[in-house]
Design a protein around this ligand. Structure first.
Ligand SMILES: Cc1cc2nc3c(=O)[nH]c(=O)nc-3n(C[C@H](O)[C@H](O)[C@H](O)COP(=O)(O)O)c2cc1C
Length: 196
């Protein structure tokens, strides 16, 4: 039987993410013309105020957010037959929060952030094509650079602040799939079942 879905939705999301044993989500943005862009990101925090991840700027996602803060995200846990879909606003956190996130990153992701930083000014929109070998060289140079133990100026942290979260669970032979919608209501949330 599907689990009872109630209580604080962000606490529930954190529990499902823990049970799902992976913390990636598909994060979708749209540019000023409404053209959508989606990608996978690694979630590093789920709290009362939203869901956060780290990234480089400027990238497609940070450009989109600057033009249009509305964003959506999907978590899918295949083993559990569960999904959570978030809708809300994406905001960039301040430098102190971003730095703390950087220091907690695995070394290879710190080095990657610096490699991206060193290449960004040399790549051209709209494709940002990278010549062969250049990324590997930039990665090796960043790894050897002591400055890479602190975040580059291109490092940023995004928080998706949801005002709607849908929790979906697969059904069985004898019970239907369920979907429970949580909608922000003042300081709290209201929830109700919707068609799955
Ligand atoms: C499993 C996985 C985790 C990823 N985590 C991140 C992440 O936390 N931050 C990030 O910027 N990109 C991450 N990426 C790369 C993004 O999917 C994407 O390629 C990159 O952020 C550029 O996206 P954009 O050009 O649409 O802004 C991850 C990719 C995968 C497959």
């Amino acid at each position: 039987m599907p689990e009872e879905v109630s209580g604080d939705p962000l606490a529930l999301l954190a529990r499902w993410a823990e049970a799902g044993a992976h913390r990636t989500m598909t994060f979708a943005t749209a540019d000023a013309d409404g053209v959508p862009h989606a990608r996978t990101v690694l979630v590093t925090g789920i709290g009362a105020d939203g869901v956060r991840f780290h990234t480089s700027t400027p990238t497609t996602k940070t450009r989109d957010i600057a033009a249009n803060p509305h964003a959506s995200a999907v978590f899918h846990w295949r083993e559990q037959e569960r999904q959570a879909v978030l809708q809300g606003r994406a905001v960039e956190l301040d430098a102190a929060a971003s730095r703390a996130g950087y220091l907690a990153q695995p070394r290879r992701l710190q080095v990657l952030a610096w490699a991206i930083r060193s290449l960004l000014p040399h790549l051209r929109a709209p494709d940002y094509a990278v010549p062969p070998g250049v990324m590997e060289e930039a990665f090796a140079a960043a790894a050897a650079d002591p400055a890479s133990h602190e975040p580059p100026d291109t490092w940023t942290t995004i928080r998706l602040e949801p005002d709607r979260i849908d929790f979906w669970q697969g059904g069985t032979e004898t019970s239907p799939s369920t979907k429970t919608r949580f909608v922000r209501d003042g300081q709290g949330w209201r929830s109700f079942p919707v068609l799955p």
